[in-house]
Write a protein that binds this ligand. Structure first.
Ligand code: 13P
Length: 288
């Protein structure tokens, strides 16, 4: 099945009270692991690509070529969206051009008026081309590919203003942070989330920084209207851990254990296991 935008899968998720996972990709192993797991679990999925990861993978056209090739060669039939994560204005335009099916424009660092103006322009382009668009209000804490946010909570009225522009989904800061949560993290702010949900109604809400949020908080966030949850660091940690164990056990020095197809296999399986665990927690299994 060809790439789809994220609108239908997220509308269904919001109505069905579950969330679709966005898993960020970094290379072929990541992409293959996520797509195969989604297919095995009959779950819709969103592949996230940060601008840094896009550069690492030799540019957006390479990413589109790789993902489209895999959809066909692996016979992937579940809905898959290819989504720019935390896109700049220029990055958004480049991904639209390259063949992505979904865009996040992170205008959270602009004054709200400028965020509105740029978001409006991108909504127009995405609507015309049949793409979905995610906007962000209130920066997400932590650091991701050089984009640093302080973890503030979004103003529910600003969320409504951006939602009313006609975006497909809205990321709102509610105390969430990219990367590992510090020991003194006080948790998600459910009062703010409830206030945003109240004002934005059917708009699918997006929770960034999915790594390390306890399961009960994830479930509560879904109950309060979150329909898309982004996970990146957790797959990276799982991959690194499995690869380290393989090397520390000396397996790369046994037989042909140095062959990348063997060396990267434990990490690949670890990503699959992480994605499976998340899809089960988010409730997207058998929702394709
Ligand atoms: P984590 O790396 O904390 O899982 O966050 C991912 C994310 O929000 C991507 O936008």
């Amino acid at each position: 099945m060809a790439l789809v935008n994220a609108k239908e899968m997220l509308t269904k998720a919001k109505e069905g009270h579950y969330a679709v996972g966005q898993f960020n990709i970094n290379n072929l192993e990541w992409t293959k692991a996520i797509l195969l797991t989604a297919q095995e679990l009959n779950s819709p999925v969103i592949l996230g690509v940060s601008e840094g990861a896009g550069k690492y993978m030799c540019g957006y056209k390479t990413v589109v070529g790789m993902v489209n090739g895999m959809l066909e060669e692996l016979n992937i039939t579940v809905p898959v969206a290819l989504h720019l994560d935390h896109g700049s204005y220029e990055g958004a335009k480049a991904c639209i051009e390259a063949g992505f099916s979904s865009i996040m424009f992170d205008g959270s660092h602009y004054p709200i008026e400028e965020n509105v103006e740029k978001t409006k322009e991108l909504i127009g382009i995405c609507n015309q081309k049949g793409l979905s668009l995610e906007a962000e209000v209130g920066s997400i804490g932590g650091e991701e590919d050089g984009v640093i946010g302080a973890g503030e909570c979004a103003d529910p009225k600003e969320c409504k203003m951006i939602a009313d522009l006609g975006v497909t989904m809205l990321a709102a800061g509610i105390g969430n942070i990219h990367g590992k949560y510090p020991a003194n993290w006080t948790g998600l702010n459910f009062d703010v989330l409830a206030a945003i949900q109240e004002l934005t109604g059917k708009m699918p809400l997006v929770l960034h920084g999915g790594t390390g949020i306890p399961s009960d908080m994830i479930k509560k966030a879904i109950d309060l209207g979150v329909s898309k949850i982004n996970v990146n660091t957790e797959c990276q940690l799982a991959f690194a851990d499995a690869t380290r164990k393989y090397i520390e056990a000396g397996k790369d020095q046994q037989g042909k254990g140095f062959d990348p197809r063997k060396l990267l296999a434990p990490g690949f399986e670890a990503i699959k296991a992480t994605v499976k665990e998340k899809m089960e927690l988010f409730g997207s299994v058998n929702k394709a």
